[in-house]
Design a protein around this ligand. Structure first.
Ligand code: SF4
Length: 727
């Protein structure tokens, strides 16, 4: 169809935290999207990566859930725990088959096998059953028997309503989402250090920086459009220091690549601070006026001369000295970090070091300076802002803080739980304990692939008395549900999303939901009404207005004034301004207005390699796929480019084991084993492997360890011991 005959709908990419603005061109005669194009917006400037450009056809998959489902076979699949997760790769030697309803990419849930264990139901029957069972469990076990997992795939309005339902309908703060698996440790450190869990500047501000550190991140794969801003800035003179165990493509665009050993970030950054202090490159004026606890930090980092750090990190002491000098002498610098920093049992300590390094060099509060954890999902910032976390109401207002609970009780018209709730990682453990969680509502999450040590997750959640899953596909988690509610993709509803820059943008409805599938906020409202809440929201805009009234950071924002490009929050004048790029120009958000430095000592990872499991496993994402693959693996272009799981290995590690590129091998840890192909990769360090976690048939999280960071409660996805061997 020529462009002028197509219907143009302006929206936002649903994938990574960059939140690129785009336009879908819709052929209404077919009820289908013809193509997508990038659209101008300050944070994306009409750019799109392969996911935004081609990753939308999953919405038309014949595998979409179109009718509520109720389990008829109480036993299925609550049986043996490991074999069926291995799926096709184990059964067919790794070659994908096209059986099943419609085109079935390899490894996704086998609908032919699973569907007979459910029957179709009406919405009335399904919603009545959900409300009745959750109320029964609540009456018998008390508020602590209920928990909810929301999702960063949801809009701000859906996240707000979901946490409000769990808190007001069931009297518990046991509500969390996938931030617990990505940046919870960064948020813990930022909240403690600067009083705000959001970024202090945008990724576009890289253009104003003399030097940036990109650390624990592979932005080319995970934040591709932000990565293009980084590369562009370097061409204009910004120096890039890349600190990462992998030699990803960013390393080719960096002035310095510090290839640290995994799990040694605290030692590395303590040594950088040691050198910055020794060379007298700290900002004494800034420290005196705006920083607390500098002396204790200085005493701690004095224990980390570059030679000691070199032994721990594997980075040459002279390179550490050089990077410290470059950072310290620069007039402005930003640190951008990813999950290589946050997904460790020392994730909060890692982020504390980054906050301290920026603070002692005065690199916060001016253009071209600041702290930026690159958010993984398009709305993980917004879902966290909206209160989808167990310790905070919307806008990070503590549930256990004096006066806050009373304010929310007045606003929501009910008594609230005075205690912090359980996190995602704690809820799994709670199910296995007497008096723990017995009933769960899962909105858009898929912990049966995304959480660490998934055999333990499966063992726990299969013992729930009741599980309701609301999603667009029959995910690995939905297989275990008692009730499955067919929801809408982001293409089928209106709502706001907040990107990694704090940019609040509107996603607009492009298509109708298939069959009887419904928009998520309506489903949540229907359940709320059935458990006795008097909710009468007319739509997302009304929900947004209520949410904003409780969130000082979002003050003045309304759907009507978000326009086509969205607004950065905070925004004092949304009619005329794009919002605030740089935070903390005069004071930090802490009670005393100071940055609170928290020194950290380096600690080794929880499970170190040994003779039986000699390799270190690092997990993460590929450019073409997203999280548990439920959307991107049903996208023709993306699945064609990247169809199967591989273990990335250093050439010598492969040679030592006699493994050839493309060979089918077994990777095993103390927790499980998977089969997948070898990819010989010069980007890995000797002794380290990388496995993406998108693939059910070779689920990386069968191998990962469920040890967590004590502050952020985030799992150690970036470090566990494995062996890879020939079959
Ligand atoms: Fe979507 Fe992120 Fe790619 Fe932009 S960079 S198109 S938001 S996946």
């Amino acid at each position: 169809q020529p462009k002028e005959r197509l219907d143009a709908v302006d929206s936002v990419c649903p994938y990574c935290g960059v939140g690129c603005a785009l336009t879908y061109y819709v052929d209404r005669s077919r009820g289908a999207i013809a193509y997508a194009e990038g659209r101008d917006q300050p944070g994306s400037q009409s750019r799109l990566c392969v996911k935004g450009r081609y990753g939308w056809d999953y919405a038309a998959s014949p595998q979409r859930l179109t009718t509520p489902l109720i389990r008829v076979d109480a036993a299925y699949p609550k049986g043996p725990l490991s074999a069926d997760v291995r799926g096709d790769m184990a059964k067919d030697g790794g070659r994908r088959k096209g059986k099943g309803k419609g085109r079935r990419p390899g490894g996704l849930v086998d609908y032919d096998e699973v569907m007979p264990h459910f029957r179709e139901a009406t919405w009335e029957e399904a919603l009545d059953l959900v409300a009745r069972r959750l109320k029964e469990i609540h009456a018998k076990g008390g508020p602590g028997a209920i928990a909810g997992f929301g999702s960063a795939k949801c809009s701000n309005e859906e996240a707000y309503l979901f946490q409000k339902l769990i808190r007001t309908g069931f009297g518990t703060n046991n509500v969390d989402h996938c931030t617990r698996l990505c940046h919870a440790s960064s948020v813990a450190a930022l909240f403690e250090g600067v009083g705000s869990g959001a970024v202090s500047t945008t990724y576009g501000d890289v253009a104003n920086a003399e030097v940036v550190i990109i650390t624990g991140s592979n932005p080319t794969a995970n934040h591709p459009v932000a990565s293009s801003f980084f590369k562009q800035a370097r061409r204009r003179g910004t120096k890039i220091v890349y600190v990462d165990p992998r030699a990803s493509t960013v390393a080719e665009h960096a002035d310095y690549h510090c290839q640290v050993k995994p799990g040694t970030d605290v030692a590395f950054y303590n040594a950088i601070m040691h050198e910055v202090i020794r060379l007298g490159l700290i900002d004494r004026e800034f420290i005196a006026a705006r920083v607390s606890n500098y002396d204790e930090l200085a005493r701690t980092v004095a224990e980390y001369p570059p030679e000691r750090a070199a032994q721990i990190t594997g980075v040459d002491a002279d390179l550490i000295r050089e990077v410290a000098r470059v950072w310290g002498e620069a007039g402005s610098g930003v640190i951008y970090w990813g999950m290589g920093i946050s997904q460790h049992t020392t994730g909060t300590d890692n982020a504390r070091c980054l906050i301290a390094l920026c603070s002692i060099t005065g690199n916060v509060g001016r253009p071209g300076t600041g702290l930026h954890p690159l958010r993984g999902q398009n709305n993980v910032q917004g879902a966290s802002d909206a209160g989808l976390i167990p310790m905070f109401y919307p806008d990070y207002q503590g549930v256990d803080r004096d006066g806050t609970r009373e304010r929310f009780e007045r606003a929501w018209g009910t008594k609230l739980d005075p205690n912090r709730g359980l996190t995602v990682t704690e809820i799994i453990g709670s199910v296995l304990k007497p008096g723990g969680v017995r009933g769960m509502y899962m909105l858009g999450e898929n912990p049966f692939l995304s959480d660490p040590n998934i055999n333990k997750v499966r063992k726990a959640l299969s013992q729930l008395d009741f599980l309701v899953v609301q999603d667009i596909f029959l995910t690995e988690t939905a297989e275990f549900a008692d009730v499955v509610l067919p929801a809408s993709s982001y293409l089928e509803k209106d709502g706001s999303y907040t990107n990694t820059d704090r940019r609040v943008q509107l996603g607009r409805k492009v298509l109708d939901p298939p069959g009887q599938a419904r928009v998520d906020w309506e489903i949540v409202q229907d359940i709320a009404r059935r458990v006795g809440l008097d909710w009468n929201y007319s739509g997302p805009s009304e929900v947004f207005d209520e949410m904003v009234a409780l969130m000082p950071s979002y003050a003045n924002l309304r759907h009507e004034n978000l326009g086509l490009t969205g607004k950065l929050y905070p925004n004092a004048d949304p009619e005329h301004s794009d919002g605030t790029v740089v935070l903390f120009d005069e004071r930090f958000n802490t009670d005393d207005g100071l940055a609170h430095l928290v020194p950290a000592q380096w600690l080794p990872a929880k499970e170190l390699p040994d003779a039986e499991y000699p390799l270190v496993l690092n997990t993460g994402r590929l450019l073409e796929h997203w999280h548990t693959g439920s959307m991107t693996r049903r996208s023709y272009a993306l699945d064609t480019i990247s169809p199967e799981a591989e273990v990335y290995m250093h050439p010598k590690d492969a040679a030592d084991r006699g493994l050839a590129h493309g060979e089918l091998v077994q990777a095993r840890s103390r927790r499980g084993a998977i089969r997948l192909r070898v990819r010989i990769s010069h980007r890995e360090q000797l002794g380290n492997c990388f496995i993406p976690f998108h693939f059910r048939e070779a689920a990386a999280n069968l191998l990962t360890i469920d040890e967590i960071d004590p502050y952020g409660k985030i799992p150690e996805f970036k470090f566990c011991a494995i062996q890879v061997e020939s079959l």
